[in-house]
Design a protein around this ligand. Structure first.
Ligand code: PGA
Length: 236
């Protein structure tokens, strides 16, 4: 199956850095990997992507159908800039108050507008029960048509930006649990990504896990390392 590598730039970067990143990513040759770049909204217009293996994404979308929504970004606006994917429910957004209901609304809005949601789930603490993750999925996919192929990014919150990684066994246990759960909900196919402290020194080990790709944070800003990871994964 084709691997998916998603770069989440979070609230980082500037025009100069993104120009450099775009130049390098436009040149990268891959056989069986799709790359999705998710800049902050204000930089979307800078992302002149000329590589058929690279798509544009973003980090959020409105949950409102109503245009009277100060500060929100509509699907129509995102489509105008060529966005194809939207990260939804990232733990850093849940932390500032995004609810399961809003996440479900955002997923609906994406699907109604042919945008692909990348749905982030993950337990807060290493000691948390993994069932929490399945509950997040239940909320996220409530009343969502099961003829879609959900993209789920499993990101243990305790691993994000900390340099701490779950053991491959734990990632496998979780991704298998997620796949089985999605099948039970009627989704026969799905794509499961792993995110949280993936870097140049550990990506090979994690790519042995039962996953379809990665959601990369910090390392996606270091273009040389990012390209090395992309190529390494593509060559597997
Ligand atoms: P990290 O972030 O790779 O910097 O840990 C991943 C994420 O938050 O999506």
């Amino acid at each position: 199956m084709r691997r998916l590598i998603v770069a989440n730039y979070k609230m980082n970067g500037d025009k100069k850095l993104f120009a450099k990143i775009i130049k390098e990513v436009n040149k990268v040759k891959v056989r069986d990997t799709k790359i999705v770049l998710c800049p902050p909204f204000v930089y979307l217009d800078e992302f002149n992507l000329k590589n058929k293996n690279v798509e544009l994404g973003c980090q959020d979308i409105t949950n409102q159908e109503n245009s009277k929504s100060t500060g929100q970004i509509s699907p129509k606006m995102l489509l105008e800039f060529g966005v194809k994917y939207v990260i939804i429910g990232h733990s850093e957004r849940r932390k500032i108050g995004e609810t399961d209901e809003q996440i479900n609304q955002k997923i609906n809005i994406c699907l109604n507008n042919k945008l692909k949601p990348i749905i982030c789930v993950g337990e807060e603490k290493k000691s948390d029960k993994l069932d929490i993750v399945l509950e997040q999925i239940n909320y996220a996919l409530k009343n969502i048509d099961n003829n879609i192929i959900p993209i789920i990014a499993y990101e243990p919150v305790w691993a994000i930006g900390t340099g701490k990684l779950p053991a491959v066994n734990r990632i496998n246990k979780m991704t298998r649990m997620i796949k089985a759960h999605l099948e039970k909900l009627g989704y026969t196919d799905s794509s499961i990504l792993y995110g949280g402290s993936v870097g140049i020194d550990n990506y090979k080990m994690i790519s042995d896990a039962d996953i379809d790709g990665f959601l990369l944070g910090g390392v996606s800003l270091r273009i040389k390392e990012f390209i090395e990871i992309v190529k390494g994964i593509d060559n597997e």
